[in-house]
Design a protein around this ligand. Structure first.
Ligand code: GLN
Length: 484
């Protein structure tokens, strides 16, 4: 067994028993990258030199008898989290040469634990997309079938983990960008409660929705990595002042009597038969483990996609106003200041980002604000209340993560609305601010992974991990690897 195929918790034991060294793990990871990356294209930047140094530092921490859970573990990071001195592009030409002068809180917490950064991962430009086809650099391929997309926008993160090109990865999720690619690539992806993980140093897309979270090979690693990055941070005013529990304590607890809500709105006529069958099997499996399925209703589900595309684009149009070629990032020439602004933005942003800036600017403009932005905020409240009401009678809610398995490269890239619908099952969770995980629950007849979404109450990641772990331990789906 190659070390890059193992999980964080498996490697931890071997490292702490001094059976292996951080450089040996890193070696196996980069051998794999050298062998398959030309087909997967998960990375934007591969940081071999820095990683070798970090592996040595980790070895010293272990030798000093002070290892943490992530010491010496090779982890890759979505390229929208600032890494001091290391290029952070956000998948955009606009930031193609941007070297951040500071470190994001999530990655600085991992640094303190002695992790090893293997590189920065591909993504849709400014995290806008569901396939990585909107990346300003290249499209990442799904390790299960390189004709297919890995999902997005954290497609590089999901593909790198699935292809064993790193041990685990960080992604970000605004409307599904951790869970949908996790589902399409057969890995575990966790979107924490809004406010659990600091957004400091995360390049902003839609600030009221964005959250950082882990993409891992199993549920145990998800709990370990979330514990490493979660916690209150005074540098992010939306960070919640909560005490973070040890999520590992939820693993292995039985799920007898746990009430799991099944929302009728998520199981509709015309849905993909194989997704429906796998998710219904998963619900039966949870029931056989002692959980009690309860029908619930989330009546405003049908408005979620429209609401999201008004709010997310409005916030994006404001957040992206800063890219004017003056302080940082790409700068085009112009005959005067206004001309320079216009050329910079015309040349620096790709088509999807421009589409969203225009949509959002329109929704916020005088005369339209009440009809669009304000109305969308009101519907957002209704969607959140749907979840509050459902969680009065159940502990968790279970749904498919994505409406279909991975689609082909090019299949939806010409039709933005079709692409937007890939997130139909994940978007409400961000609007409500609640946490949710996606984990493997089956495969399509063509061998593509299918994901199960488990949604919890605000700050109740523990119950999600408890149910996800019980499900994972009684199935074999997470053990399958793509034959790249
Ligand atoms: N696919 C959705 C979008 O394009 C969600 C993206 C995300 O979560 N970052 O906006």
């Amino acid at each position: 067994m190659k070390l890059n195929e193992l999980t964080i918790h498996e490697l931890r034991k071997l490292l702490d028993n001094r059976e292996i060294t951080p450089s040996e793990i890193l070696n196996d990871v980069y051998n794999r990258v050298d062998a398959v990356e030309y087909r997967v294209k998960a990375y934007i930047s591969i940081t071999k030199e820095g990683a070798a140094k970090m592996a040595d530092d980790a070895a010293a921490m272990i030798a000093g008898g002070r290892p943490n859970l992530l010491t010496g573990i090779p982890i890759a990071v979505k390229d929208n989290m600032c890494t001091e001195g290391i290029r952070t592009t956000c998948g955009s030409k606009m930031l193609a040469d941007f070297i951040p002068p500071y470190e994001s809180t999530a990655t600085s917490k991992m640094l303190k634990q002695g992790y090893v950064l293997t590189g920065k991962l591909n993504m849709d430009e400014f995290a806008m997309g569901s396939s990585t086809e909107n990346s300003g650099f290249h499209t990442t391929k799904n390790p299960w079938s390189t004709e297919c997309v890995p999902g997005g926008s954290s497609g590089g993160s999901a593909a790198a983990v699935a292809a064993d090109e790193c041990i685990a990865a960080l992604g970000s999720d605004t409307g599904g960008s951790i869970r949908q690619p996790a589902s399409l690539c057969g890995v575990v992806g966790m979107k924490p409660t809004y406010g659990l993980v600091s957004r400091y140093g995360l390049v902003a897309f839609a600030s009221s929705l964005d959250q950082i979270g882990p993409l891992t090979k199993d549920v145990t690693d998800s709990a370990i990595l979330l514990n490493a990055i979660a916690g209150h941070d005074t540098l992010d005013s939306t960070s919640a002042p909560v005490t973070v529990p040890d999520f590992a304590e939820s693993l292995g607890k039985d799920i007898k009597g746990l009430k799991i809500g099944i929302p009728g709105e998520y199981f509709i006529d015309g849905m993909d038969k194989e997704v429906e069958a796998s998710v219904k099997d998963a619900i039966r499996k949870l029931e056989s483990l002692g959980a009690i399925p309860v029908e619930v209703s989330l009546p405003h589900t049908g408005y979620a996609v429209a609401t999201y595309y008004l709010l997310a684009t409005s916030e994006a149009s404001s957040n992206l106003a800063r890219y004017d070629g003056v302080r940082y990032g790409f700068r085009a020439q112009g005959k005067d200041l206004i001309d320079m602004y216009m050329n910079t933005r015309a040349q620096g942003f790709g088509p999807e980002v421009k589409r969203r800036i225009m949509l959002g600017t329109y929704a916020l403009s005088a005369g339209y604000y009440d009809a669009y932005y304000k109305k969308a905020q009101q519907v957002r409240t209704l969607i959140k209340q749907d979840f509050d009401r459902a969680f009065e009678s159940v502990d968790l809610i279970v749904t498919p993560t994505a409406p279909t398995p991975a689609f082909k490269v090019g299949e939806k890239s010409k039709d933005p609305l079709q692409m937007y619908l890939s997130d139909i099952f994940t978007i409400s969770v961000n609007l409500a601010g609640v946490p949710a995980i996606s984990l493997p629950c089956g495969f399509s007849s063509s061998g593509l992974p299918i994901g199960l979404q488990i949604i919890g109450r605000h700050f109740d990641e523990s119950s999600i991990f408890r149910a996800a772990y019980a499900f994972e331990q009684s199935t074999e789906w997470h053990k399958r690897r793509p034959a790249l």
